[in-house]
Ligand binder design. Structure first.
Ligand code: HDD
Length: 746
């Protein structure tokens, strides 16, 4: 019998004995053995329950049952109770009222920020025993597994906004450890806009839509956002990350997560290290181009959540390495900036990352609301072995997350929701509140007590493996409302970031700023933006100024330098995996499906999907042109036998006018919008994707203005077999974006 089974057995015995059972906590007495409060005895050290095992108790399966009301009676609810067949509905109709009342209360307030998101369950596996740097039990043994839930998000948009808007992305990770929940509530960029939490409402009010007309949704191309950015230059570094490819990620799988703040590791002996966390994507980083992201936002608002969901359904489990930059307490000011300043990175060529373990997402939520919407991350969810720092942004967040959960859930019992429950027993002296789910039996809900034998007992560093604050922390000083002088230089690091990008990424970043500032109406704001950009880089200021027809200020060289670092580019490296990528195969319903079928099978062996597109659905056809656009694919392949479909839109419009109603599937077809097949090929090329023609020649390339033989453009003759095509194409997929297609400012 394993330890946990033993515990259940004792629990059953104790159920009979009622009192004084040494193997069961008092709160848990009398609860059924399946109840979460009695599932684990902390003294056994049993691992936390697996996600399946834990959540299964809460799942409701409505298979082969009668409909009931909320209090269990079997009912019918399709017609309301009325006075006569044509008469009014009766107030007496409790079934009606209960149903509608529940419906009226179905929503909870969306998150004030990060409202739009998607999540998944997974597992964290420690690479080793890290007891020399932290007492955290989930990092205590090689191979030790801990359940996790990650929620990815955008920041500014509301819950129904599109996934692919340009934004910083939330990357919040919960570890359900065997010593309580540990949350890293991070983002996909390593820095933040402000240095003090008291400015957070200002930042968000500036970025969110205008208060009078609620425009624009999930976008920062408006005066108030850039007014704030240019008045609050601590935002420049994060802004540069957001305006680069990190703001327009291909999918949640293709981005890193960062803890942003400096935290502390504390050993069981009380020794501390300063740490910065990163979750490094094992898929490789990949971004969308701006126009691609915009069009995708309109055509498939769910692009990111769909990619995550489908990948996990198919078993392509995304992975991240959880790693830390580990520094000494004495290093706080050693690198020329303050480690407590959340607008700074520690360049990884100065302090490399130590890989601590691997995190794998392997299970989709079964109910979006119950899990993804109701998960409540808190920066204050830290476990023994991890401690906070005096970073003023972190300090303020410690207040805000708890407060916002109270608002969202109308009371303090949100930790009892299945997705929020730790996978270990909870014994508190907190009581009551809306929606209390337990029946606490301890009549002495206070400490110290004698009436309950002093239980729950206090746990601290030496007793009960309690959470403890690092003993070497101390503070002192006069009360002050001022930014620390060690936080003052907010221009050198955005420059470091810019210097470290590829020239084409720099171009995209400048294009992004041009896009944003061109939408500003205030010349004062535009000029203030140029002043701040100019402190980072005269080159950037001049290039942005040119597009909005203003003059950049004279060079302001105080913070200029030519340092670079590694690891900040979003596009510099090829992908590490191509699992779950999709290739669009553009063909015609009149063309044999053999070639497509062979390619689909060969790509399937690489975990890459082939979506066969033609004018109408049929055997071997997955989608029609009418419902297809280039943003659905990571590469586009044209079947040369379908060349006739690739006529420019203009000629089609004309042909359609002269032969209305022609639905033959030729270039004159009305089964798809004029020019759609060509458009998909052209967009695919314009958006940097590998493009290919298989079979008879390159008529489609000619029509699209694509030069054969250039990087990422493939021509496969009639004799090419599927495996040689896939070999070339997959190389293109690993490259992901062929960025030499884009001109740079002269
Ligand atoms: Fe925050 C949500 C990340 C600063 C106040 N934040 C939220 C989420 C993420 C972050 C990923 C969504 C969690 C989820 O998926 O449920 N926030 C950050 C990062 C920050 C940061 C990386 C800086 C390093 N946040 C920050 C400050 C404050 C807040 C300074 C307030 C003083 N954040 C909130 C919030 C939210 C939130 C209003 C909205 C919903 C929620 O907390 O649960 O309390």
């Amino acid at each position: 019998m394993v330890k946990s089974d033993l515990f259940i057995a004792f629990a059953t015995l104790c159920h009979v004995a009622q009192a004084g059972c040494p193997y069961m906590d008092n709160d848990a007495r009398d609860l059924p053995a399946s109840h979460p409060a009695v599932r684990r005895d902390e003294s056994t050290g049993a691992p936390p329950a697996s996600t399946d095992e834990f959540l299964a108790k809460y799942e409701i399966k409505d298979t082969d049952v009668y409909l009931t009301n909320n209090f269990g009676g079997q009912i019918e609810d399709q017609e309301s109770l009325s006075a006569g067949e044509r008469g009014p509905t009766l107030l007496e109709d409790f079934t009606f009222r209960e149903k509608i009342t529940h419906f009226d209360h179905e929503r909870v307030p969306e998150r004030a920020v990060h409202a739009r998101g998607a999540g998944a369950h997974g597992v964290f596996t420690s690479y080793g025993d890290w007891a020399n740097i932290t007492g955290a039990s989930f990092l205590k043994a090689p191979g030790k597994e801990t359940p996790v839930f990650i929620r990815f998000s955008t920041v500014a948009g509301s819950r129904g906004s599109a996934d692919t808007v340009r934004d910083v992305h939330g990357f919040a990770v919960r570890f359900y450890t065997d010593e309580g929940n540990f949350d890293v509530v991070g983002n996909n960029v390593p820095v933040f806009f402000i240095q003090d939490a008291i400015k957070f409402p200002d930042l968000i009010h500036a970025v969110k839509p205008r208060p009078d007309n609620e425009i624009p949704q999930a976008a920062t191309g408006h005066d108030s956002a850039w007014d704030f950015f240019s008045q609050q230059p601590s935002s420049l570094h994060t802004l540069f990350w957001a305006m680069s490819g990190h703001g327009t990620i291909r999918s949640y799988r293709h981005t890193d997560g960062w803890g942003v703040h400096t935290f502390r590791f504390v050993t069981d002996e009380g020794k501390t290290k300063l740490v910065k966390f990163r979750f490094r994507t094992q898929q490789g980083k990949a971004s969308l181009l701006w126009e691609e992201a915009q069009i995708t936002a309109g055509k498939n608002a769910d692009a990111h959540r769909q990619d995550l969901f489908e990948s996990i359904e198919k078993g392509y489990f995304p992975e991240w390495v959880f790693e830390a930059q580990i520094m000494e307490e004495e290093d706080q000011l050693r690198f020329g900036f303050d480690l407590l300043d959340p607008t700074k990175i520690v360049p990884e060529d100065i302090v490399p990352f130590t890989p601590l373990g691997k995190l794998t997402l392997n299970r989709n939520p079964r109910n979006y609301f119950a899990e993804t919407e109701q998960i409540m991350y808190q920066v204050g969810h830290v476990v023994r072995g991890i401690d906070l720092t005096e970073d003023p942004l972190l300090q303020g967040r410690l207040f805000s997350y708890l407060d916002t959960q109270l608002n969202r859930h109308n009371g303090p019992n949100f930790e009892q929701l299945p997705i929020n429950q730790p996978r270990v027993p909870v014994h508190t002296n907190t009581r009551d509140g809306a929606g209390q789910m337990y029946i606490p039996l301890n009549v002495a809900a206070y400490s110290p007590n004698t009436l309950n034998g002093g239980s729950p007992r206090q746990a601290n560093q030496t007793h009960g493996r309690g959470f403890f604050t690092a003993p070497n922390r101390s503070v002192g000083g006069r009360f002050t409302r001022a930014v620390s002088s060690t936080f003052a230089d907010v221009w050198s690091q955005p420059r470091l970031f810019f210097n470290s990008l590829l020239p084409v990424e720099q171009q995209f970043l400048i294009n992004a700023i041009r896009f944003e500032v061109a939408q500003l109406t205030s010349d004062v704001v535009k000029n203030n933006v140029l002043i701040q950009l100019n402190r980072v880089s005269h080159d950037v200021a001049v290039r942005v100024a040119e597009a909005i027809n203003l003059k950049a200020p004279d060079a302001d060289a105080k913070y200029y330098h030519s340092n670079t670092t590694t690891g900040v580019s979003a596009s510099g490296e090829p992908l590490l995996k191509i699992d779950g990528l999709k290739v669009g195969y553009l063909t015609s319903s009149s063309v044999s499906g053999d070639r497509a079928a062979a390619l689909k099978s060969a790509l399937g062996d690489l975990n890459v999907g082939l979506v066969v597109v033609a004018e109408r659905l049929g055997r071997g056809i997955d989608q029609i042109y009418q419902a297809t656009f280039a943003g659905q694919f990571d590469a586009v392949v044209v079947d040369g036998s379908a060349n006739a479909l690739f006529a420019p839109a203009g000629s089609l419009a004309h042909s359609n006018a002269t032969s209305p109603g022609n639905r033959t599937g030729s270039a004159h077809s009305t089964l798809y919008p004029a020019g759609r097949p060509l458009q998909i090929l052209q967009d695919g090329y314009q958006w940097g994707k590998p493009v290919a023609v298989v079979g008879e020649g390159s008529k489609a390339f000619e029509a699209a203005g694509i030069e054969a033989g250039t990087p990422g453009v493939f021509e496969f003759g009639n004799s090419s077999d599927a495996s040689s095509i896939v070999k070339q194409l997959s190389k293109g997929l690993y490259t992901y974006k062929f960025l030499d297609r884009y001109p740079l400012d002269q």
